[in-house]
Write a protein that binds this ligand. Structure first.
Ligand code: GDP
Length: 454
């Protein structure tokens, strides 16, 4: 059992509300709570029962409240935990926290309750990260993903794959005194097959990384095209069709404007590359280069052209960018007399779907929204076990490198010790995703993202 002092913090967000919760956890939680809470009848603390009474500081009443006592080790933190439900007044909350601190509790740091839960074995690191993800989710897909992870979907998958590595490792170690030539052929083949299966499992998890990001942050839809074709106007028209999502993080791309929107339950990030507009020839090439990078990173690309003016090389160049994955060709300004012919449009579109729109009178924008929802839906079909964080991804990549080394070594004249070393390293990398190994830094990094009181 991780042994610590007693911490206190509001568990509800700052500000006024109907109810606020103040949480205490640690060896002195019960003793402190008994000094602060007078039950209307009976004992102040009853295990896993909600008790009515009032909060007092040296006999002076602070508020009417409910008190819940969750004794360790079966509490969120694994320690004795007490929660007071008082009125949602910042002043009351402040007084309760101060009264607890005057009796020996310390103000909790960000995520300290969850950190204790991890250190006491109540959840693993991946589940703790899922708690933070669930709290900060802005779209339903992200919340669902965090929930799956909190239930142990990823942890379980990693444990399965790791256990196969450990089995093979045990076998290799048992044979340290023999050379591979002395082992029966089929045993060696079986060993190789098992490691290949682990590698395939890890690789499948990595493939889920992009899917996870899309679910959590939304599908990135990048609008490309020449200046003035109507990209910003189309983005605005689409934003008008959906519910705006307040994204947890500000847009990371300097050269573009990003807006999160929920279109028909599908989270999309609309990326307007209008900022790419430049004047001189040389700089234009650079603008196309930047658009290329945005288009490559996109989940869905939309090439916008203006039907009322002739095509230019830049339109064809941008069409080339859209070959990178799911794309739509939007022929805009259909309210104006047409200059582009159907043949020209078809040649530009290649195999991607063509939408005719006018951002000014709104025609075709419903169809554009529907097409986007369709493309995003196709990209969302996936396994529920996904790798959601860069930390998991890099550990899995390192584990795969070690597995690859073990594989190569095992097929050569190398000593069993070297193979075992690589396998041990691979297993260690996978353990580090869920377990606190020897690295406080990882813990600090994970919990720095948490809010106080969680
Ligand atoms: P962007 O540079 O590609 O982002 O284009 P904007 O959205 O800024 O539009 C450039 C100009 O074209 C603005 O004056 C818009 O009002 C106009 N515009 C955009 N879409 C349409 C359209 O469908 N029809 C017409 N007639 N004008 C449009």
């Amino acid at each position: 059992m991780y042994c610590a002092d007693t911490i206190v913090a509001p568990a509800t967000p700052p500000g006024r509300g109907a109810v606020a919760i103040v949480r205490l956890s640690g060896p002195e939680a019960a003793a402190i709570a008994r000094q602060l809470f007078q039950a209307t009848s009976g004992p102040a603390l009853r295990s896993r029962r909600l008790v009515h009474g009032r909060l007092v500081d040296d006999g002076r009443p602070i508020d009417e409240a409910l008190c819940a006592f969750m004794p360790g080790p079966n509490s969120y933190t694994g320690e004795d935990t007490v929660e007071f439900q008082c009125h949602g007044s910042p002043l009351v909350v402040e007084q309760v926290v101060a009264a607890a601190m005057a009796r020996g509790a310390r103000a909790a740091g960000p995520g300290e309750f969850t950190r204790r839960a991890v250190l006491n074995g109540r959840m693993d690191l991946v589940q703790a990260e899922a708690v933070a993800d669930l709290i900060s989710a802005t779209v339903a897909g992200g919340a669902r993903q965090a929930w799956e992870q909190l239930q142990g979907a990823l942890s379980g998958r990693l444990a399965e794959l790791r256990s196969v590595i450990v089995e093979v490792l045990a076998e290799v170690e048992a044979n340290v005194d023999f050379s591979d030539e002395e082992l029966p052929e089929e045993r060696l083949e079986l060993r190789a097959d098992r490691l290949a299966a682990v590698d395939a499992g890890l690789s499948a998890l990595l493939e889920g990384f992009a899917v996870a990001r899309r679910q959590r942050e939304g599908h990135r839809v990048v609008f490309c095209g020449r200046p003035n074709v109507g990209k910003s106007s189309l983005v605005n028209a689409l934003l008008g069709h959906g519910r705006m999502i307040v994204t947890a993080e500000a847009g990371t791309t300097r050269d573009s404007v990003e807006e999160g929107v929920d279109l028909g339950g599908m989270a999309l990030v609309l990326v307007d590359t209008a900022g790419l507009r430049t004047a001189t020839g040389e700089a234009e090439t650079e603008a196309v280069e930047r658009a290329r990078r945005l288009a490559e990173d996109a989940d869905i690309r939309i090439l916008v052209v203006d039907r009322s003016v002739p095509l230019e090389d830049e339109d064809r160049e941008t069409a080339g960018l859209c070959a990178a994955g799911p794309s739509l060709l939007v022929v805009n300004k259909c309210d104006l007399p047409a200059t582009l012919t159907d043949d020209q449009t078809a040649a530009l579109a290649g195999s991607c779907q063509v939408m005719m729109t006018s951002a000014i009178d709104g025609r075709g924008t419903d169809e554009l929204a529907a097409a986007l929802i369709g493309l995003a839906g196709q990209a969302s079909e996936q396994d529920t076990v996904v790798v959601s964080r860069a930390r998991h991804r890099s550990a899995i990549e390192r584990a795969r490198l070690c597995l690859g080394q073990a594989f190569d070594l095992a097929s050569g004249p190398a000593a069993h010790e070297l193979v075992a070393l690589e396998l041990r390293e691979a297993a260690h990398e996978l353990s580090g995703i869920t377990e606190v190994l020897d690295n406080e830094e990882v813990l600090d990094r994970i919990f720095s993202e948490f809010c106080i009181g969680k």
